[in-house]
Design a protein around this ligand. Structure first.
Ligand code: F6P
Length: 340
């Protein structure tokens, strides 16, 4: 019998509870035990570990957030790495830790794995920026929320003949911007993967407005640099990490000055991470949770569950999270047929 500890770390996203439920259902059915670790690595450092049985995960499939809580605490930055975790793991008799995390938490998991911790990674993030998997859960829900928002913002932009600049999350990647911008029929999509030229953009928007379609939707990924090349931030969070956000306001002011059109800004922010996961994310997260429990039980440690096509496979954790997964040029090229 394997004793699995499960934690959720980093920013939350829709589908975390579905993944936890998947881990517990599969492990318990196979005669193993699961303990839930509260608030990510912080809970493992503090010893906040509780048994997690089948009844504890009933009714959570559709709920956003995470029943375990999460944090951006890193045991290397805020403790002595593996040394800080060993006593709690030993006291609780945990054999293997399933880490449901984004790129930062999974890099930490990979490092701990290299130092001897038995870990299995599950990729979650709305940003979809984990190199080793074609898709992470949370992304589909975020894209749907942004698409719904674009649909709504389009009608008010059209009524007022305005440019609406919509800022979306994604850190260094433009996946949310590209997919939601395409789904919502945006006129411009600015992503960190590609330079932009405000004069050229303003000119293209004017051509569109002068040809009878007197409004535009401009999607801006939060990681796009400002016109002077600097990253625009909202300061530093409690863990010392840079909070991206606000570049859309700078870009909107520049577009208004160049086009003469009234421009408004919508920063969608944490709305993109809230609420119930889409059916796609519920299914993906559940399957990833099941696969992670199997890997934990089978001794496939130091691995991450990854999606290739519609299959789930195990890939070595360290290389899977070494680099961010960016939007490739061929995806950006497809957009050009639809933009202003
Ligand atoms: O990585 C996920 C993410 O939602 C990013 O897109 C965003 O920049 C960041 O987290 C926001 O984090 P926080 O919840 O700490 O403000």
């Amino acid at each position: 019998m394997t004793h699995i500890g499960v934690l959720t770390a980093g920013g939350d996203c829709p589908g975390l509870n579905a993944a936890i439920r998947g881990v517990v259902a599969r492990a318990v059915a196979g005669g193993s035990r699961v303990s839930g670790i509260e608030d990510g690595w912080q809970g493992l450092m503090d010893g906040r570990v509780n048994p997690l049985g089948r009844d504890d995960v009933r009714g959570i499939l559709t709920r956003g957030g995470t029943i375990l809580g999460t944090s951006r605490t890193d045991p290397y930055e805020h403790g002595d790495g593996l040394v800080s975790l060993k006593p709690v793991l030993a006291d609780n008799g945990i054999d293997v830790v399933v880490v449901i995390g984004g790129d930062g938490s999974l890099r930490t998991a990979a490092r701990l794995g290299e130092e001897g911790l038995a870990v299995v990674g599950v990729p979650k993030t709305i940003d979809n920026d984990i190199e080793g998997t074609e898709i992470s859960f949370g992304f589909d829900t975020a894209v749907q929320i942004v698409t719904d928002s674009i649909d709504r913002l389009t009608t008010t932009a059209e009524a007022h003949n305005r440019i609406m600049v919509v800022e979306v999350m994604g850190r260094q990647s433009g996946w949310i911007a590209v997919n939601a911008g395409l789904a919502g029929g945006a006129e411009a999509i600015l992503v960190p993967e590609e330079d932009y030229d405000l004069d050229d953009l303003a000119r293209r928007l004017l051509v569109r407005h002068n040809s009878g379609r007197d409004y535009s939707i401009v999607i801006v990924a939060e990681g796009v640099p400002g016109p002077s090349g600097n990253r625009v931030t909202m300061g530093i969070d409690h863990g010392g990490f840079e909070r991206l956000g606000g570049v859309s306001a700078v870009i909107a002011a520049e577009l208004e000055a160049r086009t003469g059109y009234e421009t408004r800004v919508m920063i969608l922010g944490h709305l993109q991470r809230g609420g119930t996961p889409t059916a796609f994310d519920r299914v993906l997260a559940t399957r990833m949770g099941i696969r992670a429990a199997e890997a934990a039980i089978d001794g496939d440690h130091g691995m991450m569950v990854a999606c290739v096509g519609s299959d789930l496979v195990l890939v070595p954790l360290s290389p899977a999270v070494a680099l961010p997964r960016l939007v490739p040029d061929k995806r950006l090229a497809e957009l050009t047929w639809f933009l202003a």
